[in-house]
Write a protein that binds this ligand. Sequence first.
Ligand code: ATP
Ligand code: MG
Length: 553
Amino acid sequence: MSEEKSLNFLEEIVENDLQSKKYKSIITRFPPEPNGYLHIGHSKAICLNFGLAAKYGGKTNLRFDDTNPVTEDTEYVESIKNDIKWLGFNWSNELYASDYFDKIYSYAVLLIEKGLAYVDDSTSEEIARLKGTPTEPGKDSIYRSRSIEENILLFSEMKAGKYKDGEKVLRAKIDMTHTNMLMRDPIIYRIKHAHHHRTGDKWCIYPMYDFAHGQSDSIENITHSICTLEFIPHRELYDWLIEKLEIFPSHQYEFARLNMTYTVMSKRKLLQLVTEGHVSGWDDPRMPTISGLRRKGYTPESIRTFCDKIGIAKRENLIDLSLLEFCVREDLNSSAKRVMAVLDPVKLIITNYEEGKTEELKSENGPDESMGFRFLPFSKELWIEKEDFMEVPAKKWFRLAPGAMVRLKSAYIVKCDDFIKDSEGNIKEIHCTYIPESKSGHDTSGIAVKGTIHWISAPHAASAEVRLYDRLFKVENPSAEEGDFKEHINPYSLHIIKNAFIESSLKEANVNERYQFIRKGYFCLDTDSTKDHLVFNRTVTLKDAWGKEVKKA
Ligand code: ATP
Ligand code: MG
């Protein structure tokens, strides 16, 4: 898959900037706000920022955009660092916008001294009223003409804690009739008596996003500040502030955020799912978070491939969840160890097989010999899947049915002679005879069968809980529906199998390994597992079940 790929628009910009010697080398940054866990959308921004710098020999900073004291937490900081490392990226510097608070404060003072900022005592309602609308110009606040001296004094009093939250704000003095609403004297500092996760109680005034982000970029000499499309209208203000402050001219570039079907991608909504108990936590395998996908069994490679495949666009779109599943399926197909597990068991008894005898049968670990092989115990009593037997076979049924023959994977051909039902009419036991000459690899029976099924030797089986996941939402785009997005949660998104049978080799499974349960899908050990209670998560099915109705448990 190494066809020459044309450059995306950001690569073109960077190549031009390097060729024209605008920059000697480039610096990008990934700027998460530590107010939640990273999701698959963030991984697109991560791959983009780190990938671009790596491709052109530049650097990428990890900068926590922690200017809002109320929603931020060190738990999030740690999870974000962990997720980025897991995805396979290394930052040049770990930085915090809050470390620039002194510098940003001095920038605000500089703007005041230049007559380009003023303290406004208006209420937020009054400020909103005077702001105008996209079609009507705004009006000047009566505080707009305050003297520089008065503004300096008031701003220092704001910093000193003389005023309550909301009593005053600092605004840039631009143009209340500007066509871009964000240029109508935007608020750049607000009072907030709140404890900050890093600066503690040192500050009771905090810079607004627009007066922190570009300034932080500039302080770090970021050459290409990449963000998502909703920031296009902010670019004018970004440039204005940098120009007036006469600081390093970082430039902002925008790309389309990733949206994906059957999920939500905003931290605010994901937080609701967590706090209201719709999922078990940020790392619930149904969540689109990096930690959820990791727990579900996704590999970093598969997520990077996905980000590469979707590319960088300038227009919003909705990406099919099935593309992400395709990427992990492809990756696991070449790397996951093949094992046998029976999820919905029924007993198969081989009547002509010696009681108490065990054979060790060679079974390949992978699709070819490169992954080696292991020996599987085989005996008179086996578990097979209920769905591999039909009392009255359908047309073209190649699995077990009365009188039918099937191959037991890596073992023998068996013929079904009989079956027993319990008092409720469920199949309880299937009785077969085996063909001793049909052993896999040494088959001299001359019998050709069309079906192969998996099995587990009953006396040797280990048991496990298996968790099967479906889409978290019933509709393609829950955020676009009317009403609360949570009304569209899929009630069948988790199906727990309490007692599946697995190869005893899986007792040694570890959380970092991935397995293909033959014919059943890709699975990994869940972090809830203990030595005595194994839990496996289904990462993805073997085939795309796309378009199928939401399963009724
Ligand atoms: P959310 O709306 O989920 O809270 P955010 O943009 O507020 O997202 P940040 O922590 O500020 O989250 O995001 C850090 C970086 O990741 C930003 O540069 C942002 O543009 C980018 N990013 C966030 N969500 C997506 C997405 N869905 N697709 C691509 N990039 C994203
Ligand atoms: Mg944000």
